[in-house]
Design a protein around this ligand. Structure first.
Ligand SMILES: Cc1cc2nc3c(=O)[nH]c(=O)nc-3n(C[C@H](O)[C@H](O)[C@H](O)COP(=O)(O)OP(=O)(O)OC[C@H]3O[C@@H](n4cnc5c(N)ncnc54)[C@H](O)[C@@H]3O)c2cc1C
Length: 442
């Protein structure tokens, strides 16, 4: 019987966790934020991409933040993406230092550790803008650093732990990775086998992790490991694991279909010792913490896909309005422009769902169902949109010269990573009360 990534998780526990101190947006000014621009937010029609007083979730501050990030992307990242993709790895320390210095790695993290203490809507704004990067690998790596490996540490970690791991991660001095998946446990995360056994004042870790993004360059891992032999949702803990310790073998850089400039590693642990103070929060709460962390990961993943999907549609419009066949532009064919309009509509629907989930999350609600729906829809669109757009590029779409072919490969991951489409469907079914009993193992 499968134990799904979220099926063991109880909504009440999530709500309880969410009641713990959570930074809220109360008209925060981001004065002092580097390069914040004064954007005129009045007298403009609603647009998801431009400052507007009538925006559902964003204020002029959100758009200023995005404009500031866009400048960094245009200057420090996009000009080098092709080279890094070809080399099979982007320089994480260099890129994260640039983003960290500008404040983008600690948007919702406490100011004591170098963060901006803004609410989750600012995370979605930043993640959306990261979709301006012309590959999937770098936004994914940034997401691991800011919204996948660090939410539990920021929320539940001790002050000492946050000083040692969170502060340098926010500053971009340390690269983080998240160690949940294993060779034998991906979708079925409750079934992980890696153990961290308490010996005196230490934990001794044995096992291995698979598919670890940033794995070759990481300085520390947010590790999910079994710390007792109890029930699968009560036997796990999250630990901060420094990556340069004896017994840690970063075994293999995985050669992948897409996300070429992201280093994805298989990692083994052999009697790795860490002090017990590296435990995040309470022992035995790791599964619950990770489920909470997954909600942020998934919202982040959806947000970071929106802009790139729109960009694919836009570049397809540009190309097909130039390219001619049978005496007219490709775009002139109704099947082409209708399809592009339909896809643009789908992106807006996804965006609306994300904003609803993010808005409710900021107010302390359990958004697992909405987030799972959004992640599912996002995975579907990340397959459908690059595929449809690529078709309209004809032979050019099949070359490595154009963004659409890279995204056809990169975005295929969205339906698999961080909880596959089928797992999202199971979670939604569970919340709808229609998941067959035999799959609901507690
Ligand atoms: C490029 C990349 C980067 C990644 N980065 C990280 C990372 O940084 N940290 C980390 O911990 N993990 C990471 N992952 C792992 C990722 O989260 C897992 O690949 C994912 O959860 C799926 O697990 P799996 O690969 O073991 O697939 P499996 O669990 O073997 O599932 C295979 C397929 O079976 C189907 N399936 C599974 N269960 C069910 C079910 N109950 N009902 C119906 N169908 C089902 C789904 O279609 C699924 O895709 C990464 C993966 C990739 C490819």
């Amino acid at each position: 019987m499968a134990i799904f990534r979220s099926s063991l998780f109880n909504g009440k526990e999530l709500t309880k966790l969410l009641k713990l101190p959570l930074r809220r947006f109360v008209g925060v000014s981001i004065a002092g934020f580097p390069e914040s621009c004064s954007l005129n937010s009045s007298h403009r029609p609603y647009s998801s991409d431009a400052p507007s007083e009538s925006h559902l979730l964003y204020t002029a501050d959100h758009f200023a933040l995005r404009a500031s990030l866009r400048k960094i992307i245009d200057k420090e990242i996009n000009p080098f993406v092709d080279k890094w993709e070809e080399e099979g790895q982007f320089p994480a320390h260099q890129v994260f230092k640039t983003l960290g210095k500008a404040g983008f790695l600690g948007i919702d993290k406490p100011t004591e550790y170098g963060g901006l203490n803004l609410d989750f809507s600012y995370i979605t704004a930043v993640a959306e803008e990261l979709g301006w990067i012309r590959c999937g690998a770098i936004p994914m790596a940034v997401g691991v650093q800011s919204s996948m490996a660090t939410p539990a540490l920021a929320r539940f970690g001790s002050d000492e732990l946050k000083k040692e791991f969170l502060a340098p991660t926010i500053a971009g001095d340390m690269v983080a990775c998240l160690g949940v998946s294993e060779l034998g446990a991906g979708s079925d995360a409750a079934n992980i086998k890696t153990k961290a056994v308490r010996k005196g004042d230490d934990y001794v870790i044995n096992g291995g992790k698979m598919w670890i993004t940033n794995g070759f360059q990481a300085d520390w891992m947010c590790l999910l490991a079994n710390t007792n032999d109890g029930l699968p949702n009560k036997n796990k803990s999250l630990l901060c694991l420094p990556m340069k310790l004896p017994g840690i073998h970063v075994a293999k850089k995985i050669d992948k279909l897409g996300m070429r400039s992201s280093d994805t590693a298989e990692i083994f642990f052999e009697n790795v010792r860490i002090p017990s103070k590296y435990l995040i929060g309470e022992e035995g709460m790791g599964f619950n913490y990770q489920m909470l962390q997954f909600q942020e990961e998934r919202m982040w993943g959806v947000a970071s896909s929106l802009r790139i999907l729109e960009l694919l549609i836009k570049e397809t419009i540009d190309y097909t309005s130039q390219r001619k066949a049978f005496g007219q532009t490709i775009l002139h064919n109704q099947i082409v422009h209708f399809r592009l309009a339909e896809l643009a509509t789908e992106v807006e629907l996804l965006r609306a769902l994300l904003y609803e989930a993010a808005g409710l999350y900021i107010r302390g609600n359990d958004v697992t169902k909405l987030v799972s729906m959004a992640k599912l829809k996002c995975g579907r669109l990340c397959r459908e949109i690059p595929d449809s757009c690529l078709q309209f590029w004809g032979g050019m779409g099949y070359t490595n010269e154009v963004l659409v072919s890279r995204m056809y490969r990169d975005l295929r991951l969205v339906s698999i990573g961080g909880g596959a489409d089928e797992i999202m469907l199971s979670v939604v079914c569970k919340y709808m009360g229609i998941l067959p009993e035999k799959n609901k193992k507690e």
